[in-house]
Write a protein that binds this ligand. Structure first.
Ligand code: ADP
Ligand code: MG
Length: 386
């Protein structure tokens, strides 16, 4: 999005006359390249920050009132920062930034009043982590304004806490970490247990990343997400009664077959264990510049998510199958919690335009739905624009 058009929108909302300047910030969305449903199992994941995300306009006020607007709807959300901030369902999306401000209050960070505007060129609720963008932006902006900039890991942890405690989604740390720590043209290899991390150069060569949006809302995703979380906890308890592992990602496939009788729990554990191996294989493939091997690992990951973890669905499977049938695509998988939302594909850069036409038609033919596809670059994490 152009800064000029954001400035125009901001002035339309809040007027131009003011002693303080308007500052603009950007937080990128993220795709999970590999390591799906691994974060809450305490293992290694590999996300990347993408060139679509959420923009925020921020203008300081000499009071402790916060006004917020979002391109999502027409309402003004107003909140006093002088009192303790609590969850209020009627505030809808406002609870995402307010959850973060409530965490900052607990840290005794001085919150200034402000006029705020959020605008997005990221599909919302589509598994590209728009929620983490709003949270991370809020923590980053208000900490900076308070003159107590926080380090990026701390920002991610505050954002995750807000989503866990205020919103009530028991997400792991991956999304917020990727939005905070993204690095242009690099994947982030992150241990969700220890937060140890490293960047892996994403040398895509003749290929580019294309996001495939099913435009299917992930209605059931939250409840099923919590079911998967519980299944993993049960599978881990069964393995722990016979082996010394601390995390499900450490499970040996032979132990899974020996210790878990329930066929569903066994499949869940096999996904977690095999996906963890694929993260390491994917990092190794990228480090040696073998993009074709990386692509093949993406297809294998999708198969495991579909068959063993059962978090895919007709729409995501159609996107991935369509991509796989196209000669210009060397890898594709769903990204995020699943049951709808987005997948992504690695596509020959000279063929991106025709691939986008092809996949949108293919998806419509097989699902009757209108999906969309767009190319993304891999970019830096949250930052100030002007
Ligand atoms: P995802 O993070 O995959 O996009 P979630 O369901 O976790 O999906 O988060 C979506 C929610 O985040 C929205 O319903 C809204 O409450 C909040 N949100 C996302 N983008 C914006 C935005 N641009 N402005 C205000 N709130 C937003
Ligand atoms: Mg989210």
């Amino acid at each position: 999005m152009e800064i000029k058009s954001l400035q125009k929108l901001f002035y339309q909302l809040y007027g131009r006359e003011d002693p303080y300047p308007v500052e603009f910030y950007f937080a990128p969305g993220r795709i999970c390249l590999i390591g799906e449903h691994i974060d809450y199992n305490g293992g290694w994941v590999m996300p990347a920050a993408i060139s679509r995300g959420i923009y925020a306009g921020f203008r300081k006020e000499d009071n402790q009132i916060m006004w917020m607007r979002s391109g999502m709807d027409e309402r003004d959300i107003v909140c006093s920062l002088a009192a303790e901030i609590t969850y209020d369902e009627s505030r809808g999306w406002g609870n995402y930034p307010l959850g973060v401000l409530s965490e900052l209050q607990k840290k005794k960070i001085d919150l200034t009043g402000a006029e705020l505007m959020f605008n997005s060129d990221l599909p919302i609720g589509a598994g590209l982590s728009s929620s983490a963008c709003v949270e991370v932006l809020t923590a980053y902006m208000f900490a900076e304004q308070a003159g107590t900039p926080l380090d990026r890991t701390e920002i991610a942890l505050i954002a995750q806490k807000a989503e866990n405690n205020f919103i009530g989604v028991k997400c792991g740390i991956m999304d917020q970490f990727a939005v905070a720590h993204g690095k242009a043209n690099n994947a982030i290899l992150l241990n969700c247990d220890t937060l140890e991390h490293a960047y892996v150069p994403l040398k895509l060569g003749d290929y580019r990343l294309v996001v495939l949006n099913t435009n299917k809302q992930r209605q059931l995703s939250e409840s099923k997400y919590h079911v998967r979380l519980a299944e993993c906890q049960t599978a881990l308890a069964l393995l722990q009664s016979k082996t010394g592992i601390l995390r499900l990602v450490q499970a040996d496939p032979r132990d899974i077959d020996k210790c878990i009788n329930d066929p569903v729990l066994r499949k869940r554990a096999h996904h977690v264990s095999s996906e963890q191996r694929r993260v390491q294989e994917a990092a190794a493939a990228l480090r040696r510049g073998d993009i074709e091997a990386f692509g093949a690992i993406l297809f294998a990951s999708h198969r495991s998510l579909k068959e063993d973890y059962e978090v895919s669905g007709h729409e995501l499977d159609t996107m991935v199958t369509g991509a796989q049938e196209n000669p210009n695509c060397i890898g594709a998988k769903m990204s995020g919690a699943g049951f709808g939302g987005c997948a992504f594909a690695l596509v020959k850069k000279d063929a991106i335009e025709s691939f986008i036409v092809y996949i949108e038609q293919y998806y419509h033919r097989h699902t009757g739905r209108k999906g969309s596809a767009f190319m993304v670059d891999v970019v830096d994490g949250v930052h100030k624009l002007i």
